[in-house]
Design a protein around this ligand. Structure first.
Ligand code: WT7
Length: 648
């Protein structure tokens, strides 16, 4: 995969400097922020923290760095929900719109900062009445409705850490995450809308909490109006709680290092990692990046990030960054093709969106649906486009630029991770000359270096992406697993953070991300580990052995391909197993194709040769197979791969 990407990139030398018109209103047009960040990154971030965040108490120490643990703004106190809500209302901006929410069936809700503050305060009081205290964990399993943001901010207001689980995850995944976090309360909904239908959440949640002893109370938001069972004493309707609650709930100052949230993400083993993020540093970096990467003018811009709050992009760039900056955002509940393939473009036209942030997978899907879809709408309100989640190939970049940006919107390709908390590598749109497909440079205040296998500096060409100094929004660890924290991120290269991504530096020092170098797949911008899917497959009684690889896919970046050895005497279909994986993990982890095989290619020491399986899945000629225990296995697999139609 890396080889092909490099070939493509070699051909890419188009350049797009910021236009004079864009520069005229842009926040940053020169190198001043970079210079300041290079001079002294800690003073740089300290200035951002004091300008962008309101503190109840000043910090004593900007950064305490005990590799691999960083603490930022020690001694400082602040409240994240105060920063996202109260201070804007107190400054007279209570009537300003925080969210234009668009439901999939077509209804809309307009929520001002004052209304959001009232609702968050009421819900914070409700959580208190359910026994939630500072330091507790609260799980959130909701569709894309404003109550998701309310629930997160209410937790932040009282110092409880939230752990949001994407609504597409199965009850098993939910239960694993609740148990790992030992959450006290679960906030869910009856159901949500997707592709014109209601998908049930409460029944899934009920199944999950049958095996989660820590959950004491469940709060249910009414959205789908689908029938649900409510257990007396344990389950409460959200609206009943809100109706009974006072809107007076002063924001309590929290220590800068107070746990703000856990967010689970896949690693190279089967068990998801609970990534820990704290308060002061996280808010500083998400506010900074949201302001400068998106060149935000909070009085004029209408900003729309199409992510789901279940992923880190939703945390940092739907909830915390935009609200800290007092921005007006669009929040959309559903899929891009309901009722038709032009839904996103009709939303942009309806709300006059000026900043639009989405994922390459979505862009490639729009390309497939055709130029006529965006052409049906007036997209002239757009002035800036963003991309996140996976490498954006130059063709998709150009299509985005021409058909959505109509040739005059810069595109910010933003590289970051659940672990980094905020954007790390990205253009500053008024200052950086863009190259289609390159995330360009590390942001001011960020220390990034490309190194080779032996950790030597790479000036030009391929290598591994590493981070050389602490950054404010960096993860503070893996929940209950300090050893894994050290192993996963800090052991591959001494003294530095290894992100797991391969990349390449071109002649001008531009960075080109080339995808993961570990056993983590990136499917539609979502991280899924091969081991997780293998475990799910093997948990089916008919499966003896399974190997999973990510194969290149023109739309989703990578697609999950599974090779399965069945136990004798069992008869299952490909779709039985795909559904089984959906039940174990969630529909996002369903393999695109499953190949049944009597054997898997293994080395003589018994290790599955994933590289070969990837070659087979991608239809490539095979290189050296001499280390194989049984070379016939592969030719048999190739024959089967050519025969098996893959499901979409
Ligand atoms: C992995 C992190 C960042 C929020 C969404 C994904 C890949 C992310 C880019 C980009 C190339 C990217 C990396 C990274 N990735 N953004 N602009 N260009 N690759 O968060 O689930 O934590 O995944 O996504 O491989 O390691 P995540």
């Amino acid at each position: 995969m890396a080889e092909k990407a490099i070939d493509d990139l070699m051909l890419e030398n188009r350049k797009f400097p910021p236009s004079a018109a864009f520069k005229k209103t842009s926040l940053v047009t020169g190198t001043e922020l970079y210079d300041e960040g290079n001079e002294d990154y800690q003073s740089f971030w300290a200035r951002q923290a004091s300008e962008l965040v309101t503190w109840d108490k000043d910090w004593d120490t900007v950064c305490e760095w005990n590799l691999p643990y960083a603490k930022w703004f020690l001694g400082g106190q602040l409240n994240v929900s105060y920063n996202c809500l109260d201070r804007h209302v107190l400054a007279g901006r209570g009537d300003k719109v925080a969210f234009y929410w668009e439901g999939e069936p077509g209804e809309s809700r307009v929520i001002t900062y004052q209304q959001l503050l009232d609702e968050v305060s009421k819900f914070a009081n409700s959580l208190k009445s359910l026994g939630v205290e500072k330091g507790d964990r609260v799980n959130i399993y909701l569709p894309m409705i404003p109550e998701a943001a309310v629930a997160m901010l209410a937790c932040a207001r009282i110092g409880a850490a939230h752990s949001v689980v994407f609504g597409g995850f199965s009850s098993q995944s939910l239960s694993d995450r609740i148990n790992d976090a030992e959450a006290k309360v679960l906030i869910t909904a009856d159901g949500g809308y997707r592709r014109g239908e209601v998908f049930p959440l409460k029944p899934q949640a009920d199944e999950a909490i049958a095996t989660t002893p820590s959950i004491e109370k469940v709060v249910v938001v009414r959205r789908g109006n689908n029938p649900v069972d409510m257990k007396a004493g344990r389950d409460h309707w959200y609206h009943d709680l809100i109706d009974a609650a006072s809107s007076d709930c002063p924001a309590e100052p929290m220590d800068s290092e107070q746990l703000l949230f856990l967010l689970y993400t896949s690693g190279t083993t089967g068990k998801p990692k609970g990534i820990m993020h704290t308060t002061g540093g996280y808010l500083t970096q998400v506010a900074f990046t949201h302001k400068y990467v998106f060149d935000l003018n909070p009085d004029k811009d209408i900003y729309w990030c199409t992510a789901d709050v279940g992923w880190v992009t939703g945390h940092s760039y739907i909830v915390y960054g935009p609200l800290a900056n007092g921005a007006t955002s669009v929040m959309y509940e559903g899929v891009p093709n309901y009722p038709a393939n032009d839904r996103f473009w009709s939303i942009i036209e309806k709300y006059k969106v000026s900043i639009f942030y989405t994922a390459p997978t979505a862009i490639r899907t729009f390309m497939k649906w055709g130029d006529q879809e965006p052409a049906k709408h007036d997209l002239s309100s757009l002035r800036l486009l963003g991309s996140v989640g996976e490498p954006i190939n130059p063709e998709a970049w150009m299509w985005y630029h021409e058909h959505i940006g109509r040739g005059n919107c810069p595109i910010v390709d933003t590289w970051w991770q659940t672990e980094t908390g905020g954007i790390m590598i990205s253009p500053l749109p008024g200052a950086t000359t863009l190259k289609p497909g390159s995330a360009t440079f590390a942001l001011p205040g960020i220390g990034m270096e490309v190194v080779d296998d032996e950790c030597h500096h790479v000036e030009k060409g391929g290598g591994y992406l590493t981070l050389t100094q602490p950054w404010p929004a960096m993860l503070r660890g893996i929940w209950k697993d300090p050893e894994r924290y050290q192993d996963a991120y800090w052991s591959r290269f001494e003294g530095r953070y290894f992100a797991g991504d391969g990349c390449k530096l071109d002649d001008d020092g531009y960075i080109w991300l080339l995808g993961r170098v570990d056993d983590v797949m990136n499917v539609s911008g979502h991280r899924i580990s091969t081991t997780e899917v293998e475990s799910a497959l093997v948990s089916h009684p008919a499966v003896a052995e399974a190997a999973v690889v990510g194969a290149n896919d023109a739309t989703t970046g990578q697609a999950i391909m599974a090779y399965v050895i069945l136990r004798t005497g069992f008869d299952v279909t490909e779709s039985d197993l795909r559904n089984h994986v959906a039940k174990e993990i969630g529909a996002i982890a369903k393999p695109k194709a499953i190949f049944f095989t009597p054997d898997l290619p293994k080395t003589r020491s018994g290790k599955i040769m994933r590289r070969l399986l990837r070659d087979v899945a991608e239809g490539r000629n095979l290189g050296d197979t001499t280390t194989l225990a049984d070379a016939n296995v592969v030719s048999e697999l190739q024959r089967r791969a050519a025969e098996t139609p893959s499901e979409d």
